[in-house]
Write a protein that binds this ligand. Structure first.
Ligand code: PEP
Length: 250
């Protein structure tokens, strides 16, 4: 039985006040969520505030990115050890914005997944195709390539320690959600690709959907057999909306 996970990716949004309000709302409402695990990924500068506020609550938190380096002259970077120093549980790796805006390659993403694991973090590995790739019927080959790079780096057995997020790039921040069937097809494909190498790992692998998930479309997506939660951008910035998605997850 896979425990659903709903993670908020706050991206570069928020202020001390808005984050305090959002965290208050989440803490007040988390008791009404049945079985889903909740996590939030704040901008790095707000990590101390989030870590303090969520200590002794069931809500976990994570980084939005990490360096492949341990420490040293890497201006602007944050290491996995720094995240664990503040008790982070998760870290998003290979988000499409990192891949497209900051040139992160499949190889770099695989190295970051390995580094996250070495630091004791659970990586949330993002994969997904561009609109042009979907239109060219390359969705499976793109997702497969992104996944394979990571499996080749860490080994199939270690995939048991990874969460995968399928995020069609054309659905992120666009209001254009994949239909439950479109999402389920790719989730099933991902699980099957892992299953041919290790059935147990595939059965336990949590695969989140991300891309304009909201309170009003979450239930249909979460009802799909291979969708184990969500990675939520815009809708994670409002406590009521995010909690409604979490409740839809289980
Ligand atoms: C994301 O950035 O991971 C995401 C899914 O964003 P949104 O929910 O806003 O589409």
């Amino acid at each position: 039985m896979r425990q659903p996970l709903v993670t908020g990716n706050w991206k570069m949004n928020g202020s001390k006040q808005s984050i305090a309000d959002l965290l208050d709302g989440l803490k007040q409402g988390v008791g009404e969520v049945n079985s889903a695990e909740l996590a939030v990924c704040p901008p790095a500068i707000y990590i101390p505030q989030v870590a303090d506020s969520l200590a002794n609550t069931p809500i976990k938190w994570g980084g939005q990115n990490l360096s492949v380096e341990n420490q040293g002259a890497f201006t602007g970077e944050i290491s996995g050890d720094m995240l664990t120093d503040f008790n982070a549980r998760y870290v998003i790796v290979g988000h499409s914005e990192r891949r497209s805006l900051y040139g992160e390659t499949d190889t770099l993403v695989a190295d970051k997944v390995a580094k996250a694991l070495a630091c004791g973090l659970t990586p949330i590995l993002c994969v997904g195709e561009l609109l042009s790739e979907r239109e060219a019927e390359q969705t499976e080959s793109v997702v497969n390539r992104q996944l394979d790079a990571v499996v080749a780096k860490i080994g199939i057995d270690t995939m048991a320690q990874v969460v995968v997020a399928y995020e069609p790039v054309w659905a992120i921040g666009t209001g254009k959600t994949a239909t439950p069937e479109q999402a389920q097809d790719v989730h099933a494909f991902i699980r099957q690709r892992i299953a041919v190498q290790n059935v147990q790992v595939a059965d336990g692998l949590r695969i989140l959907y991300g891309g304009s998930m909201k309170a009003d479309n979450a239930a249909d997506l979460m009802a799909q057999p291979d969708i184990d939660g969500g990675l939520i951008g815009g809708a994670s910035l409002k406590a009521v909306e995010f909690l409604a998605i979490c409740k839809a997850a289980g």
